[in-house]
Design a protein around this ligand. Structure first.
Ligand SMILES: [Zn+2]
Length: 338
């Protein structure tokens, strides 16, 4: 480590759990963040400040004004430009720590691209907001033997659980099925930026500890920033009957089906059935007579009130203004075709 490194990380080097050897491990580490919203943007900033040498950020969405209350890395200019979150995060991180490598992938994690996006990660941080992506992430990580740190938050409440394949229960051991019935979501229950920050801080701390020592804090942490209650409950051992880590049936990785999904807290639906590159320039020319079209180098935004369609170059579209998948599908075929 050079003098600038000693200077930059001096307080972390003094911390007995890390020290110069630990710092070197952090510098050599490769961590992938899946989902760069409230959890992921805090994780990205914290990892960058701590000097994690290689960070990959995977996110499918773009920055909006309503994100700024809890998504620590982004600012008003990012929202005004509707920048993809992965790109906005990479830009901000370059200002925080220019000595690390940051790779931004504007993509939705699916069975088809999971290996490409997650390969090479020493550890994965969960910044997603839905069970489906977490099952997929769990399947990939259990199969590959890659640790990942689950985190979730809604309202003032949050939960963190490290998944160390072969050592701890996996996500599917603890949640064999997605929760049934209506669950509180950030759409219905709101969410505090401090709850997501606390969850993300616990996730990043667990990641750093694992990178440095091969250990992670044991157990499942639950926190409530409003009541002030913080608990740690025992994490069960791996369940021999678990579909994923016991029977090794990685059904989420084998599914090639891409279903439209409504996005938590966004009044929006994502459609990504048409997995082919789209010529955004060509599409812009076609849509201009029909409504307001704006473009940046990553996406096209087409406004036809009350809806806004954001089209990415990989063929994905986010339809804002509805949570009805049928409506979104019909707008998709009307304006994008396919
Ligand atoms: Zn399991």
């Amino acid at each position: 480590m050079d003098d600038a490194g000693f200077d930059r990380y001096s307080r972390q080097l003094l911390f007995a759990g890390i020290g110069p050897l630990g710092q070197q491990k952090l510098q050599d580490a490769h961590v992938t963040i899946v989902g760069c919203g409230a959890l992921g943007s805090f994780q990205a900033a914290a990892l960058a400040r701590a000097g994690i040498g290689n960070i990959r950020i995977v996110d499918r969405d773009y920055v909006e004004l309503g994100n700024l209350q809890r998504q620590w890395l982004f600012d008003e200019a990012d929202a005004a430009g509707a920048l993809p979150k992965a790109v906005a995060a990479r830009r901000q991180i370059a200002r925080i720590n220019s000595s690390i490598n940051v790779d931004a992938a504007i993509a939705d994690l699916t069975a088809a691209n999971a290996t490409e996006l997650l390969e090479g990660a020493q550890l994965v941080l969960d910044g997603t907001d839905n069970f489906e992506t977490r099952y997929l992430l769990n399947d990939y990580c259990v199969r590959a033997g890659t640790p990942w740190i689950y985190g979730g938050a809604v309202g003032s409440y949050g939960i963190v659980m490290p998944v160390l394949p072969g050592r701890t229960a996996c996500f599917a051991c603890v949640y064999p099925e997605p929760p049934s019935g209506a669950q509180p979501t950030c759409e219905t229950a709101g969410i505090l930026g401090t709850a997501t920050a606390l969850v993300a801080a616990l996730q990043v701390s667990a990641a750093m500890k694992w990178i440095v020592s091969g250990e992670a804090p044991a157990g499942i942490a639950t926190v409530d920033v409003w009541s002030g209650e913080i608990r740690r409950i025992a994490q069960p051992p791996p369940d021999p009957d678990c579909r994923a880590c016991g029977r090794r049936e990685f059904t989420w990785l084998e599914s090639r089906r891409r279903t439209p999904i409504s996005m938590c807290g966004r009044d929006a639906v994502q459609i990504h059935e048409l997995s082919r590159p789209i010529d955004l320039e060509d599409l812009a020319a076609r849509l201009r007579p029909l409504g307001d079209v704006r473009r940046n180098e990553f996406a096209l935004r087409f406004e036809t009130p009350p809806w806004v369609l954001t089209v990415f170059a990989d063929g994905r579209v986010i339809v804002k203004g509805t949570i009805d998948i049928g409506v979104a599908r019909s707008l998709y075929s009307r304006y994008i075709g396919g």
